[in-house]
Design a protein around this ligand. Sequence first.
Ligand code: FAD
Length: 465
Amino acid sequence: MYDVIVIGSGPGGYVAAIRCAQLGMKTAIIEKYPTLGGTCLNVGCIPSKALLDSSEHYHNAAHTFKTHGINLSNLKVDLKQMIARKEDVVKQNVDGISYLMKKNKIDVLQGMGSFVDNTTVKVTKDDGSSENIQGKNIIIATGSKPATLPFIKLDKDRVITSTEALKMKEIPKHLIIIGGGVIGMELGSVYGRMGAKVSVVEFMDGLIPSMDRTMGKELQKSLKKLGFEFYLKHKVTAVENKGKSVSVTAENSKGENVVLEGDYVLVSIGRRPYTDGLNAEAAGVKLTDRGQVEVNDHLQTTAPNIYAIGDVVRGAMLAHKAEEEGTLVAEILAGQKPHINYNLIPGVVYTWPEVAAVGYTEEQLKEKGVKYKTGKFPFMASGRARASMDTDGLVKVLADAETDEILGVHMIGPRTADMIAEAVVAMEYRASAEDIARMSHAHPTYTEAFKEACLAATDNRALHI
Ligand code: FAD
């Protein structure tokens, strides 16, 4: 009998297993795929960042090196090598998780986990053989899969998801992306930087619509420079694979049909929680009408000894959110009283410029009726950004009008994915904009833009604009 069985080895599951083992629990983890690490390590965060880095190198070599005084000739992309390097990066990471499982003496069972009852899980291997294992507690960490629309058949040939977009055999001539969210903009950037024409069809009136609207507008400007075309407020009504090409039909806000012809269409309209084959009802685990595992504030399901974490439950579908939840459940099982501040889970888009945010958006503050002040600082005014020729974007700080507490930080610009950590720390300690404005930031760094935006938020006293 295990103390804990974890089903799924993504960032939620493997972190939960490690933390359980650290706390002295006898732990097993079940994974249906041959490699550990889940979506994030195999077909998500890590491979997408590997390709984003490679394509950015190419783009810089082709477009900005000359201005730096570096001349290259015969520059070309070796896509096969680029994908092979990405696969090597994935391998290093998934092997790392296997090592961590061994180090922490966690039993790894390869196979599909399905509930027999609330303490028994059947593990079915690819060859059809199976075994039953028992656990006092069970953590569901089965993640998510790409979503689609009822009339779109994901044939994975021309009509693809992010998974296929990470292993293309050719650079698309014209990549049509359905959905202007994070994954679409990241993968569109990969191929756009390497010469593909990219068209984005989005139902809403802006990109990355869940983020502060300023970010979507700024990102759109930058991606336009890269050659992206946008069809906002367009509702896709049909997608057809024509063999060597695809067509996407969308209805614009005037009710007219617009038809786009391309060679690939990437469907990136979000992800759905994944519980297929889990047989959750056998354990008394209820799903919500959106297909998520229903949980309370302690991530406990409707079966008291079964918990659920990560993409399969409510909240942001992010690896670090899943990790925090994995740790939280392990610590609850050990009798501790952990806490997650969901408002301070940062969100990042790894386009260039990068977009990063934490806390409330301006739209949310308006809706809540909170009185706030805004401080902005454009990267155009940053010496560091001028030196690296990365002057697109800005930092926007939202602070409480009365107390000056920072309520939201929204950044688009160079290396903001890393810069946002300072804002998270500041907000966890409930810093005021004035606190940050009075802290020394190394010069020249991109981080000065955060300090300047805080100066701007407090009596409009930015120094360099
Ligand atoms: P998953 O990582 O989905 O893992 C679930 C695991 O459970 C899978 O391995 C699955 O095979 C296994 N499983 C499912 N059912 C069973 C079963 N019955 N038995 C056994 N095993 C089972 N997030 C970020 O924070 N940053 C990023 O930069 C980022 N980039 C992304 C890029 C792309 C292209 C995609 C698709 C996603 C990205 N994400 C990113 C999201 C991130 O990958 C997810 O939020 C994260 O992986 C969720 O972790 P999880 O542990 O909940 O589930």
